[in-house]
Design a protein around this ligand. Structure first.
Ligand code: SAH
Length: 350
């Protein structure tokens, strides 16, 4: 019998399974607390669980346990980048960012990506598979475990901005959100979670109806279709008007401010005219624009906008009553826009 992934189960699911095995329902709660609260990775190391029950459970279930393949720590700001090897040997990236207001983890949602954005390293080696809910959760748990001897360490914020397109792995991502929010587990509040998408419109509309007060982040990167078409293949399917109309619908239902990501690329999308065009399109949406001077990735030759262009772009947006800030770059000494470490690892393997 193939073992089941116990950490992709909700508590009611586990309860139903244990009852079917002839066990009392409360056992599921005990096991759940050990798995999600105490982060145990072996049934035999759980308190309250007898050896015979541990044997029974290990025969039926496996506990996702990625291994740290490598870890880089920034000497400048303490940012930590992890390459994690999943149970099937696939490699993903996870980043811990240490801010004054708390620890933020940036998680991957897929192995590789099929969205094909021209400036992005994650898509370079193609797409392998979506991550299971347990594998998304395990990224935060691994980092929490790594810091277990650090007094009071806690991950307070999560951004789904690592490798992959979250809305292309919809069901598993939603399940992950429920698991990470569970009071028996890490208990991270929805308001402290941001989900970033390149613009999968049906996914945005579906997400609006989940009634999860998370922050929606849209990777816009261009003020018009002509430019966006050249950078992001998803724009051939869903044009900016359709995308922004889905954002308006999302906002109407959820009442939450939307974030727009905008990577500034020298000579491509960074003039004051582009800023004015962008401001006009975003009018009426309660939003914040995150400006990111593009990370030059080795495989592509997009150039970062100059400091002057970045400042002028920001000022033009702000003058047009669009709230915009430049994102501070963290971990610059440990390199790598998301997906870059994984690419290097893949290259070294062949
Ligand atoms: N697929 C999702 C989430 C992963 S990418 C999305 O597209 O939103 C996380 C963010 O990093 C996105 O805004 C993405 O467009 C941006 N990004 C990717 N490569 C980048 C680069 N080289 N420089 C700056 N931002 C980049």
């Amino acid at each position: 019998m193939d073992k089941k992934d116990v950490k992709s189960m909700t508590l009611p699911q586990l309860e139903a399974e244990l009852v079917e095995m002839g066990l009392p329902k409360f056992r599921a709660g005990q096991v759940y607390r050990q798995l999600f609260g105490k982060l145990k990775t072996d049934f035999h190391h759980m308190s309250d669980i007898s050896v015979s029950l541990a044997n029974q459970l290990s025969e039926r279930y496996y506990i996702t346990a990625p291994q740290i393949a490598s870890k880089l720590v920034s000497k400048i700001d303490g940012t930590e980048k992890y390459l994690l090897a999943l149970d099937d040997g696939n490699i993903i990236e996870t980043v811990l960012m240490r801010y004054e207001h708390g620890n933020t983890v940036c998680v991957s949602t897929q192995v590789g990506c099929r969205m094909g954005c021209a400036f992005c390293a994650s898509t370079k080696n193609g797409f392998v598979r979506g991550l299971e809910p347990s594998e998304i959760l395990a990224q935060i748990e691994t980092i929490t475990r790594e810091h277990s001897d650090e007094e009071g360490f806690r991950v307070s914020n999560i951004v789904l901005m690592g490798i992959g397109e979250p809305l292309d792995n919809y069901d598993n991502v939603i399940k992950f959100l429920h698991l990470v929010n569970d009071k028996m587990g890490l208990g991270i509040g929805y308001r402290h979670i941001s989900l970033s998408t390149c613009g999968v419109v049906p996914g945005i509309k579906r997400l609006a109806r989940e009634e999860l007060p998370i922050t929606l982040s849209i990777s816009l990167h261009a003020p018009n279709d002509a430019i966006r078409d050249t950078m992001m293949p998803i724009n051939h399917k869903y044009k900016i008007d359709e995308l922004l109309s889905a954002c308006r619908e999302y906002q109407k239902i959820c009442g939450r401010r939307i974030s727009f990501e905008y990577a500034l690329i020298d000579g491509v999308n960074d003039t004051p005219t582009h800023a004015l065009e962008l401001a006009k399109r975003l009018k009426g949406i309660m939003c914040h624009v995150n400006l990111i001077p593009v990370n030059t990735i080795r495989e592509k030759n997009f150039k970062k906008s100059t400091k002057n262009s970045v400042n002028l772009f920001t000022k033009t947006l702000n003058d047009s009553k669009i709230n915009a800030t430049v994102r501070r770059k963290l971990g610059s000494d440990i390199d790598a826009a998301c997906g870059q470490l994984r690419n290097d690892h893949m290259k070294n393997k062949v």
